[in-house]
Design a protein around this ligand. Structure first.
Ligand SMILES: O=C(O)[C@@H](CO)OP(=O)(O)O
Ligand SMILES: [Mg+2]
Length: 433
């Protein structure tokens, strides 16, 4: 055996930030290199995502992952043991081969991703390199991403008080990642202060740490965020802009072909929803809209993309970090940016391929955490090494979120003058990185 060959795998059930079981794994190499990984889990999941294996049965109310854990140390371990951890593509192909299905439903995408990430961390450890530098292409400089930070939550993450899922701040005026986090922190404080004055309970926080106030309408969340930015003493639009994740799949009624804004008692056609978003863009400095329409509303995505062309239009449930779906979007002009969530596809190599395909089509890339997260911070290193330009992790509160922000703050501090920062140039349309 060579020093970088996989000698052992170990796996266990851990808890994510919602208290739901998830898969954790350790890969040990013959020469002593080690990597551990804990995988995240979504709530507003797309139908076309790779399949997360859950046990059913009584333990953890059917949400346990003991079968996925058994698959890591059983068939998946058999497939990768003895292989060279430095050949990530080979390891990921072996995982796919052992599973045998396109959506990893046989052994579980949660089991697959746990090994895939633990493996790259073990290989980086063996090389004595930080993960961000190990995953970078030869000659590529590390690039700190522009963050989009959740301030107000709705939808599936906040008891559906309002329909739109995320209202985020984008610190477009900041000239470093560290400065951007300071801006986000100030906007959180400012927004909470305004919310409190308006009589909302600011102790109510959602899955990603955003304020979960029971606001009367979607537009009122935009007004509150804009007021929060101004309260923080920042220039609306130049210091801090706004992003939203509509997560429209969640309130699309396929039988009626209508989008149901339940909090406002309104039902909209695709065109009317796009028109509504256009009016929000006219009134607020919105620079990015995610999941404008539902995951399979392809034709309307194309027309909606031309209508809203001035802002970044981000496909999450639409693309589910899947190359074939991204290519369809590129060919038909649907969206102009892709959200990349490694657990939607199940292996590191597949997620990386989506980033590369998007970059060559000049679609912006936003690496993203899930609403059910963990204290693991590998996502931060991938953003820097892969030069995704943007990252979305949730709010500046709660340790599963700050684990990623803190890792990025550390990388920027350690790199010092060598740290590149993507800034607002990373945004579509026309990403300049
Ligand atoms: O929709 C999203 O973008 C994510 C993260 O905010 O949510 P979830 O992990 O629940 O899919
Ligand atoms: Mg989303």
């Amino acid at each position: 055996m060579n020093n970088t060959d996989i000698s052992e795998l170990f796996a266990w059930e851990a808890l994510d930030s919602r208290g739901t079981p998830t898969v954790a794994c350790e890969v040990v190499l013959a020469g002593g290199g080690r990597g551990t990984a804990i995988v995240p889990s979504g709530a507003s999941t797309g139908t076309h995502e790779a399949v997360e294996l859950r046990d059913g049965g009584e333990r953890y109310g059917g949400r346990g992952v003991s079968a996925a854990v058994a698959n890591v140390v059983g068939p998946l371990a058999d497939a990768v043991r003895g292989r060279d951890a430095t050949g990530q593509a080979d390891i990921d192909a072996a995982i796919r081969w052992a599973d045998g299905t396109a959506d990893l439903s046989a052994l579980g995408a949660n089991a697959a991703l746990a090994i895939s990430i633990a493996n790259v961390k073990a290989a980086a450890d063996a090389a004595g390199e930080p993960l961000y530098s190990y995953v970078a292409e030869a000659g590529a400089e590390p690039l700190l991403p522009l963050p989009m930070v959740n301030i107000i939550s709705g939808g599936a993450h906040a008891g559906r008080a309002i329909d739109v899922q995320d209202f985020l701040v984008v610190p477009v005026g900041a000239s470093s990642f560290t400065e951007a986090i300071d801006v986000a922190w100030r906007v959180r404080r400012g927004t909470a202060a305004v919310a409190e004055e308006r009589g909302y309970n600011v102790a109510l926080v959602a899955d990603e740490g955003g304020l979960a106030a029971p606001l009367p309408s979607n537009r009122s969340a935009l007004e509150l965020l804009a007021a929060g930015i101004e309260r923080a003493g920042l220039q609306l639009g130049t210091d801090a802009a706004i992003a939203i994740d509509v997560a429209a799949t969640e309130f699309y009624n396929a039988e009626k072909g209508r989008y149901e804004l339940a909090s406002e008692g309104r039902e909209l056609t695709s065109d009317e929803l796009v028109e509504e978003l256009r009016s929000w863009c006219a009134d607020f400095p919105i620079v990015s809209i995610e999941d404008v329409l539902a995951e399979d509303d392809w034709d309307n995505w194309t027309t909606g993309t031309s209508t809203l062309a001035k802002v970044q239009l981000l496909g999450d449930d639409l693309f589910v970090t899947n190359s074939a779906r991204l290519n369809r979007g590129i060919e038909t002009g649907a969206a102009n940016a892709v959200l990349v969530k490694p657990n939607q596809v199940g292996t590191l190599s597949d997620a990386c391929e989506v980033v590369r395909a998007a970059q060559s089509a000049r679609y912006a890339t936003v690496l993203s955490a899930r609403s059910g997260e963990t204290e693991d911070s590998w996502l931060a290193d991938l953003a820097v090494g892969w030069r995704t330009g943007q990252i979305k992790v949730g709010s500046t509160m709660r340790s599963e979120r700050t684990a990623k922000w803190n890792r990025l703050l550390e990388i920027e501090a350690r790199l010092g003058a060598r740290a590149g920062y993507a800034g607002a140039a990373a945004l579509s349309p026309n990403p300049g990185i």
